[in-house]
Write a protein of this length. Structure first.
Length: 132
């Protein structure tokens, strides 16, 4: 099963993401800063990282760069961002992210959006779905 890491400084957003992922059978690791996320990522080698952009200390852009520099070249990194500005998509993709999901987090589509960045064999089967 996939190991996911959520890096997010805002407790409500962290709680919501953990709840939604948990409802689909994922038990994500959690970090509340870029620095902590980097430490956990190097130790646990997650299959996917969800990374908040706006954080005190290292922001999401700096954290993504540090993760890549530290050797996580192929791990999907998905930005979680409330930025609605034109150019944000280009900036995240140019900064080492594989894609992004937008805040406010949509309970209906969040996990499905995240799973687009996971290899099929690491996704959790839906109820009624035959695994494999
Ligand atoms: Mn934040």
């Amino acid at each position: 099963m996939a190991t996911l890491l959520v890096i997010e400084d805002y407790p409500d957003n962290m709680a919501l993401m953990r709840y939604l992922l948990g409802a689909y059978g994922y038990e994500p690791l959690a970090a509340t800063s870029g620095e902590e996320g980097l430490r956990i990522a190097m130790k646990e080698r997650p299959d996917l990282i969800l990374l908040d952009i706006q954080m005190p200390g290292m922001d999401g852009y700096e954290t993504a760069a540090a993760l890549r520099e530290a050797g996580l070249k192929d791990t999907p990194i998905v930005a979680v961002t409330s930025y609605a500005m034109v150019g944000d998509r280009e900036r995240t993709l140019a900064s080492g992210f594989d894609g992004y999901v937008t805040k406010p987090i949509s309970p209906e589509s969040f996990v499905t959006e995240v799973e687009k960045f996971l290899p099929e064999e690491l996704r959790r089967p839906r109820p009624g779905e035959v695994p494999g």
